[in-house]
Design a protein around this ligand. Structure first.
Ligand code: FMN
Length: 393
C-alpha cells in the first residue's frame, strides 16, 4: 500500500501534497511552514532560479557517478537528510524510518536534538547517523549532553546556532500547534478527520511505546509531546556564544560543525575555533524572516573558509538544485521538508523513493550537463540570470 503510494511520486514536491492529505492541519503546518511572512522560505527557492546551467557537449559521460566523499567517508550521493525536530510526530517512528532509509541508500542522516526517540535507539538503527544539538548556555548541561552523545556512539556533532530565541511562527498559533501539543476539541477533531495519522501513527506509537517525550534535548528526558500544563524546557539559549563552542570543542572528540552560518566572518571564526565544517543554512526560513537564501552567501563563505567543509541546506527540491549548490562551493547538501513529507505520506517506502528520485535526477542531470564527477562542478558551469548573490560583491 505504502509502496504503491510512494511510487506515485515523480518528484520530491509530490510528497508535500500527499503529506497535506495525511496529516492533521497543525502538524502539516509545523512541517511545511516557516516564520512571519515566509520571505526567507520563498527566497530559498527563488535563489536557485537565478542560476542557469551552461552545459558542455560531446563529453563521454558514461562513467559518471554521483558518489561523494566527506570527512574521508564515501557516500553514494552528495546529499543527506537534515535534522528535523518531532519527526516521529509527523511520521510513525519518523527518526528511525529516516535513519534506516539513509543507511540503506548510503547517505548521511542527522538526528535532531528535538526528537522524540532516544538517540541510542536511532544510532542502533544507523551507526553512521550524525547528531544535531540545541544547547543552553549552561556549561554543566552542555557537558552532560555532549558526553551522552559521545557515549551513544555518534561521531559527528552539529551545534545549531541560529535559534537564540524562539521564532515568530504565527502559522503554528493560527493552526493550534504548540509544543507540547495541548489537548483541545480542535485537536480531537483534527485527529478524527485524519484517521490514517491518528490511528496509524499517533495512537500506534502511544500503544506500543507510551506517550512520546523530548528524549534528546539534554542528558535527561524532557517534556511529553501531549500535555495540558507542562512547559517545554527552552532554557536560556540566548546566552550561547563562542565560548560555549570552545568548551564543546575541548570536550567533543569527533567531527564538530555549526549549523546556521550565514556570514563569512562566522565561518572563518568557526574554522579558527577548530570546527571541521559549517552548514550554511537559514533553517529552511524558519528563524529570522528576511534572512537571505543561504545560496546567496554560499560562494563568499566558501572563499572565507577554504580549509573546512562547507555544507548547504535550504530549498533543495531537485537534482539541479543539488548541482547548483555544489557548483557554487558546497561540499555536500542537505534536504529537510521533502524527506519528512515522504515519511509522513508513505513511511519507509516514501523516504526510499524520495532518495532514489533525487539521486536519479542528479545522475541524469550530470550527464546532460557534461560532467562525470561532482568535482567537475564549478561556478563556470553556471550563468547568473537574475537577482543578487554574494559573488557579485
Ligand atoms: C519540521 C522541521 C523541523 C526542523 N527541526 C530542526 C531541528 O530540530 N534542528 C535544526 O537544526 N534544524 C531543524 N530544521 C531545519 C532543517 O534542519 C533544515 O535546515 C531545513 O529544513 C532545510 O530547508 P528545507 O526544508 O527547505 O530543505 C527543521 C526543519 C523542519 C522542516
Amino acid at each position: 500500500m505504502s509502496e504503491r503510494l510512494a511510487q506515485r511520486a515523480l518528484c520530491l514536491d509530490d510528497f508535500e501534497a500527499m503529506s497535506r492529505r495525511r496529516l492533521p492541519r497543525p502538524v502539516f503546518g509545523y512541517v511545511a511552514g516557516a516564520t512571519e511572512r515566509n520571505a526567507s522560505l520563498r527566497d530559498n527557492e527563488a535563489a536557485f532560479a537565478e542560476w542557469a546551467f551552461q552545459p558542455r557537449v560531446l563529453v563521454d559521460v558514461s562513467r559518471r557517478s554521483p558518489a561523494a566523499t566527506l570527512f574521508g567517508r564515501a557516500w553514494a550521493a552528495p546529499f543527506g537528510i537534515a535534522p528535523m525536530g518531532m519527526s516521529a510526530l509527523a511520521a510513525y517512528r519518523g527518526d528511525i524510518v529516516l535513519a534506516q532509509a539513509a543507511r540503506a541508500a548510503e547517505i548521511p542522516m542527522i538526528l535532531s536534538g528535538s526528537s522524540l526517540i532516544r538517540m541510542e535507539e536511532v544510532i542502533a538503527a544507523n551507526p553512521d547517523a550524525w547528531f544535531q544539538a540545541y544547547l543552553p548556555g549552561d556549561a554543566k548541561r552542555v557537558e552532560a549532553l555532549v558526553d551522552r552523545v559521545a557515549a551513544a556512539g555518534f561521531g559527528t556533532l552539529l551545534l545549531t546556532v541560529d535559534t537564540a530565541v524562539l521564532p515568530n511562527r504565527e502559522n503554528n498559533v493560527r493552526n493550534g500547534f504548540s509544543t507540547p501539543l495541548r489537548p483541545s476539541l480542535r485537536l480531537l477533531w483534527e485527529g478524527i478527520t485524519h484517521p490514517r495519522w491518528s490511528i496509524g501513527s499517533f495512537l500506534r506509537t502511544w500503544a506500543k511505546f507510551g506517550m512520546p517525550h523530548f528524549e534528546n534535548s539534554f542528558a535527561e528526558r524532557g517534556a511529553p509531546i501531549l500535555a495540558r500544563n507542562v512547559l517545554r524546557d527552552f532554557t536560556a539559549r540566548d546566552h550561547l556564544n563562542w565560548e560555549h563552542l570552545a568548551l564543546i570543542r575541548r570536550r567533543w572528540p569527533g567531527v564538530l560543525m555549526i549549523k546556521g552560518v550565514m556570514h563569512p566572518e562566522d565561518a572563518r571564526r568557526a574554522a579558527a575555533e577548530g570546527c571541521e565544517g559549517v552548514i550554511v543554512s537559514n533553517h529552511g526560513g524558519r528563524q529570522l524572516d528576511g534572512t537571505a537564501s543561504p545560496l546567496r552567501v554560499l560562494p563568499a563563505i566558501r572563499a572565507a573558509a577554504p580549509g573546512i567543509a562547507v555544507l548547504y541546506d535550504g530549498g533543495v527540491r531537485r537534482g539541479t538544485d543539488v548541482l547548483k549548490a555544489l557548483a557554487l562551493g558546497a561540499d555536500f547538501v542537505f534536504v529537510g521538508r521533502p524527506m519528512l513529507h515522504a515519511a509522513a505520506a508513505a513511511g519507509r517506502a516514501g523516504v526510499d523513493r524520495a532518495i532514489a528520485l533525487l539521486k536519479g535526477e542528479i545522475e541524469r542531470n550530470m550527464a546532460l550537463l557534461g560532467v562525470n564527477s561532482l568535482a567537475e562542478l564549478r561556478p563556470d558551469c553556471l550563468l547568473r540570470v537574475g537577482g543578487y548573490s554574494s559573488t557579485t560583491t
